[in-house]
Design a protein around this ligand. Structure first.
Ligand code: GLC
Ligand code: GLC
Length: 814
């Protein structure tokens, strides 16, 4: 069964029934103001930081799952009947329910008793506000008199405090209402200089700002007493729970359409102009009024919406492909790229599975997110790299996470995830290959944000690399620290106390447990760094790095190979993890994928063996499992990985993030069929027909699909914010389709399925548009290139020296 369909022409997913297995969500805003919106208008908004500047309140894990959001109620003022055109919260039996999730906007609507109503929710570019553009048509044969009610619940800014500190919070809520605009100004009287506002283009008949008055005692959003009564109480919130609700009355002739615009926004006043008059406690509204006036004009709203569409068309046009596979096309051209923007913006902070409170921007995660984003807005990628590098520590280690608002490293989680530093090298390399902007390496960047500690970014990369060399274990492999890529393989934790964090509890001194994964990562990052050094004219440095890489490769061969696959790690007792000697967890995906993609074992048969073992022991119809056999019990010496029931998350779930490593590894071995087959198994669009099993959105990747040891094998979880987005995008575009950025130009090196006769692509790269046509002449992956008709040697198209802006590249595979 499906719950909707792809409208590729409009770049939308159209949901046709509201009761999707899980809320199917979208993101509004892509710069500073963000919203999450479900297919029934649930969700919330925030400014920059989902924890510290939460604008509207949301209760996670609610009953039903998704409740609270941007709700509109329509009330027939003759019959008194009321309903929500977005289905929730009243859940009426609607006709023509549709939710169109598009690029940065969502339109939800339906028809009920002859009244058709659709709301377009979006955030205009460069603004800190969201628009709800509601269009109502009276399809009855007679006149209709309706009341429109809006509703949102304000959050008292810090979402963590908001959800816990009630003894204070029930007393601090404050609002002002002027000309129908509801201003939420809690804590403005003291240290904040920002507020929220909620307004509408219609004549405000009545309003409410106190939740209890609006919904009524012992009622919820599904039956607010004010809506039922057909009149709000003009309540002013003092403490308790400030909300925003308007009532607008509209009369319709038969067939008439009217529009009404709601604007919810965030605004900051200069610190010395908070009040008006200055010696009062009244909010200074002069700076915000022009913004409000602007967006209550429907012509301006229409233009803002067209601008948003144009912006996205521009971003997506940087890479467009036409392959024989519709799921590949759809994901590459639309949804995977779109998801990469969301993960770049929000890292793992705010989705329907990340509460926006716990995690800021992850060092490891954000660097990897760059792989899928850097081509879209390189200037933002540059800024992100410099922010990340500023949370680097003098030791070469890094804070595991930082808060987007303050850009400071997060001390609760701290550092010592020993893979972290290397991702910075890979992030920077991806940026250099895309842009050719070598100046970034000379940017002065502090350590731990300490003024005076600035050094060129290039120096940071050196320290990242050296960090591992300073931390080698008994076998000469990198010590793992708190964890490597797998946050849940906690080999120094030994936690036997409930509630302890597996990531931050450390009961062992960490001098024994080693990670073969970090060794593979070191090899990859080291090669990139050597390349960079070479191009900076530092040949000696490059040579040193390559020598260290060669040594590490030899160590992997000697101590990181189990005979048929790569080992995963050594525990604190020096025992193997991910070996045929183990009873459980004999083989892990991470080292197979990553070592081979880093180039380890390509020339001595290890890589081929490793990939065959993946295919034999880990690959399933729903994707490649993280490890097998699953851990059936808790192992003190392994940590969180064994805390999960078998088949879920890191304990033998299909962790979609690392599947593309195997795809790339297969591509490196020339196996286009296998690479694309693995790609298709987790491709959400390809899984659309099994929506009832998959359950998550069919247009974006989820972090995990339950593995075959789980009772719910095939069920996806934790959609949207996952490294899966960037890695899949990178694997399919750069390795399978083979349109690969390099320091010297665009490489064209496809490893596609044998059955494909070819494909076409357009790629804008460093200001030049490449029209790429790939044709199969034989079964292999040997590439012959013609650039504007002229054959060239090798597979890298050099940048045109003569100022040409369009280049035709013909690639023949034989
Ligand atoms: C989560 C984390 C990521 C980690 C992965 C595996 O997706 O965000 O940092 O690598 O889990 O544990
Ligand atoms: C939890 C999650 C894991 C995630 C980690 C981040 O352990 O299970 O997937 O990467 O938190 O700290």
């Amino acid at each position: 069964m499906t719950f909707g369909f792809f409208d590729d022409e409009h770049r939308e997913y159209v949901i046709t029934r509201p009761d999707t297995p899980l809320p199917w969500i979208n993101y509004l805003g892509c710069q500073a103001y963000f919203g999450i919106i479900s297919n029934t208008a649930g969700g919330y908004s925030f400014y920059r930081d989902a924890r510290l500047r939460r604008i509207t309140r949301y209760r996670y894990n609610n009953v039903p799952f998704d409740l609270g959001g941007r709700y509109i109620y329509l009330r027939d003022d003759e019959s008194g009947e009321f309903w929500s055109p977005s289905w929730q919260p009243t859940r009426h039996d609607l006709e023509n329910y549709t939710c169109r999730h598009g690029m940065g906007y969502t339109v939800i609507g339906s028809r009920y008793r002859g009244i058709e109503a659709h709301t377009n929710y979006f955030v205009p570019l460069d603004e800190n506000l969201e628009i709800w553009q509601l269009t109502i048509t009276n399809q009855r044969s007679k006149r209709a008199a309706l009341s429109v009610f809006s509703s949102i619940e304000f959050c008292l800014w810090d979402a963590q405090d908001d959800a816990t500190n009630f003894q204070r919070n029930f007393s601090i809520g404050q609002v002002e209402v002027e000309d129908g605009v509801i201003y939420h100004k809690t804590e403005y009287r003291e240290r904040r200089n920002h507020f929220a506002y909620f307004t509408c283009s219609g004549k405000v008949e009545t309003f409410d700002t106190q939740r209890e008055v609006f919904v009524g005692p012992y009622r919820g959003w599904e039956r607010p007493v004010g809506v039922e009564r057909g009149r709000l109480a003009n309540s002013i919130a003092h403490g308790w729970a400030p909300i925003g609700a308007h009532q607008v009355k509209l009369e319709f002739e038969s067939g008439e359409t009217q529009q009404i615009i709601f604007v919810l926004g965030y605004h900051e006043n200069p610190q010395n102009q908070k009040f008006d008059p200055p010696d009062s406690q009244t909010l200074n509204k002069r700076t915000v009024k022009p913004v409000i006036a602007k967006y209550l004009d429907s012509a301006i709203v229409d233009t803002a919406f067209q601008n948003l569409r144009r912006y996205w068309n521009g971003l997506l046009s940087i890479l467009q492909v036409e392959t024989p596979d519709v799921h590949t096309n759809r994901m590459v051209n639309i949804w995977n790229a779109y998801q990469c923007m969301a993960t770049f913006n929000l890292s793992r902070s705010a989705s329907f599975y990340e509460s926006g409170i716990g995690r800021g921007l992850g060092f490891r995660d954000s660097n990897q997110d760059l792989l899928g984003f850097v081509h879209m807005v390189p200037s933002r990628a540059r800024e992100r790299i410099l922010d990340l590098a500023a949370t680097h520590l003098p030791t070469g280690g890094a804070y595991h996470q930082y808060q987007p608002l303050t850009k400071r490293g997060n001390n609760d989680v701290g550092s010592n995830f020993n893979d972290d530093p290397h991702w910075l090298i890979l992030g920077v390399a991806a940026y250099l290959k895309e842009t050719g902007d070598w100046s970034i390496l000379d940017e002065p960047v502090p350590y731990d944000n300490q003024p005076g500690s600035e050094q060129p970014l290039y120096e940071h990369l050196q320290r990242s690399f050296k960090y591992t060399l300073d931390r080698l274990g008994p076998h000469g492999l990198p010590l793992i620290g708190r964890a490597d890529w797998n946050d849940c393989l906690n080999l120094n934790c030994f936690s036997d106390t409930p509630g302890q964090s597996f990531q931050t509890t450390t009961n062992k001194d960490g001098k024994v447990a080693e990670s073969v994964f970090i060794a593979g990562l070191f090899v990859l990052a080291g090669r990139e760094l050597a390349d960079i050094a070479q191009r900076r004219g530092l040949a000696e440095e490059a040579k040193d790095h390559l020598a260290q890489v060669a040594k590490m490769e030899a160590t992997i061969r000697q101590h990181g190979w189990d005979g048929e696959w790569f080992l995963r790690a050594y525990d604190d007792f020096g025992r193997k993890i991910g070996s045929k000697e183990c009873l459980e967890g004999k083989i892990f995906i991470e080292t197979q994928g990553f070592c081979v993609l880093a180039g380890v074992g390509l020339d001595d048969g290890m890589a081929v063996k490793s990939m065959d073992s993946v295919s034999k022991y880990l690959a399933t119809e729903h994707g490649i499992i993280l490890q097998q056999p699953a851990y059936s019990k808790y192992y003190l010496e392994l940590g969180e990985i064994s805390s999960y029931p078998p088949g879920y998350k890191e304990n033998a779930g299909i962790f979609c993030h690392n599947n593309p490593w195997v795809m790339i590894a297969e591509a490196r071995l020339g196996n286009g069929d296998r690479a694309h087959d693995y790609y298709s198994r987790i491709n959400p669009s390809a899984r659309e027909p099994i929506g009832e099993l998959h359950r998550c959105e069919p247009y974006v990747y989820a972090q995990m699909i339950a593995g075959r040891d789980a009772p719910t094998y095939g069920e996806a979880k934790n959609s949207w914010l996952t490294g899966t987005a960037a890695w899949n995008y990178y694997a399919i575009t750069q390795w399978i389709l083979g349109i690969r950025t390099s320091f010297d130009g665009l490489r064209i090196s496809p490893v596609i399925p044998k059955s494909w006769r070819g494909f076409k692509a357009t790629r804008i790269f460093r200001g030049v548009t490449y029209h790429i046509v790939v044709e199969r002449a034989g079964e292999g992956n040997q590439v012959a290139l013609r650039v504007d008709g002229v054959p060239i040697k090798g597979d890298t198209v050099p940048l045109p020296g003569d100022g040409r802006r369009e280049v035709l590249v013909q690639a023949t595979l034989s």
